[in-house]
Design a protein around this ligand. Structure first.
Ligand code: PMP
Length: 350
């Protein structure tokens, strides 16, 4: 690179998302998408929105914030929405998580967190998971400004109960605790009911997983008003229209369709249980998951080899080249047929 380019181009190491294959016919168990189509009510609402394309969308996405507020028992000024929870998280860094003392988060968690820290110049310190790959909240009794947890954690799937989150928030009244609940709807306990009594808690969720709308890009945060206002100030300095009119309309309808939501997540939970039984029967160690994915390793086989062999046979799973977890596969819970095919292939490999 010439001296000119190296002086103007940032030397960032960005997050690398899981593979989105360009060919059809692969079984995609690598990026924790929902294997079922979204609520038909969401699809109808999106289609009915086409005649609004000429106009700017509502910059505050009021209808969506009100739908979320009603669904989660808060007020609409306690809700912030963004273009996927990635964007909501991104805004949290300059708005709330950049301080002199380090932000604390687990060493094994969503790998976007350190990327945001570097992008926004936020100091951070990694707190190791315990020997059982769990988050031990006693380890967060160290100097720090704020705590960021993913619950259930990714890529492990292991969850903390709501009471543990509340104890953490109470123990550290002068620290903001941000809980990324991207995977909370598959059996874990949400911290949203705690927001009313704790001003130092922000909970972030997404419609990408349990509502099957990853392509629509909608995420939200719930917290007390000063936190939401801080996020709004960053958003308004960045892009005043983060959600387009399709996203707003589709997300409102999806949030209101409790029937579809409950049925779909129940299906995924029962498929997860069958997948865990299948993997365990093949000799895999499977961490206890309350997410729509499982994290599993097989003593006799390297994770990278298994992932590569599965790929050759048309099944994508996620493998991380990272110390401590390099022997694990992160496997998204697909339909029963998809999971059955995975088990069938693994049976010939292990
Ligand atoms: N948090 C976690 C832990 C995730 O795994 C993901 C998905 N990669 C996200 C947040 C972001 O999801 P989205 O931007 O689709 O809402």
């Amino acid at each position: 690179m010439s001296r000119f380019w190296s002086s103007v181009v940032h030397n960032l190491s960005p997050y690398v998302p899981g593979e989105q294959p360009k060919i059809d016919g692969l079984i995609k168990l690598n990026t924790n998408e929902n294997p079922y189509p979204p609520s038909p009510r969401a699809l109808a609402a999106i289609a009915a929105t086409a005649d609004r394309l000429r106009l700017y969308p509502d910059p505050r996405a009021t209808a969506l914030r009100e739908a979320i507020a009603t669904r989660y028992g808060v007020t609409s000024d306690e809700v912030f929405v963004g273009n996927g929870s990635d964007e909501v998280l991104a805004h949290s860094f300059p708005a709330l998580l950049k301080h002199d003392a380090p932000l604390l988060f687990p060493d094994i968690t969503y790998s976007f967190y350190p990327v945001y820290c570097r992008l926004y110049g936020a100091r951070y310190e990694l707190v190791p998971l315990d020997a059982a790959m769990r988050i031990d909240l006693a380890d967060y009794r160290r100097p720090g400004s704020a705590i960021l947890l993913c619950n259930p954690n990714a890529p492990t799937g292991v969850a903390l109960p709501r009471a543990a989150i509340e104890a953490l928030v109470v123990e550290h009244p002068d620290r903001l605790v941000v809980v990324d609940e991207a995977y909370v709807d598959f059996g874990a306990e949400s911290a949203v009911p705690l927001v009313a009594r704790h001003d130092n808690l922000l909970v972030i969720q997404t419609l990408s997983k349990s509502r099957a709308l990853a392509g629509l890009r909608v995420g939200f945060a719930i917290g007390q008003r000063p936190l939401i206002e801080a996020l709004e100030r960053v958003k308004d300095s960045f892009n005043s229209y983060p959600l387009d009119c399709f996203a707003i309309a589709g997300a409102v309808a999806a949030i209101e369709d409790d029937g579809w939501f409950d049925e779909t997540r129940q299906r995924i939970v029962s498929s997860r249980e069958a997948l865990v039984r299948g993997l365990s029967a093949l000799g895999f160690e499977v961490l206890p998951s309350l997410a729509n994915f499982v994290f599993a390793r097989h003593g006799g086989h390297r994770g990278a080899d298994l992932a590569a062999k599965l790929r050759e046979r048309g099944v994508l799973v996620r493998h991380f080249q990272k110390p401590r977890i390099e022997d694990f596969l992160r496997i998204t819970v697909g339909t029963d047929d998809e999971c059955g095919r995975l088990i069938e292939l693994l049976r010939d490999m292990v």
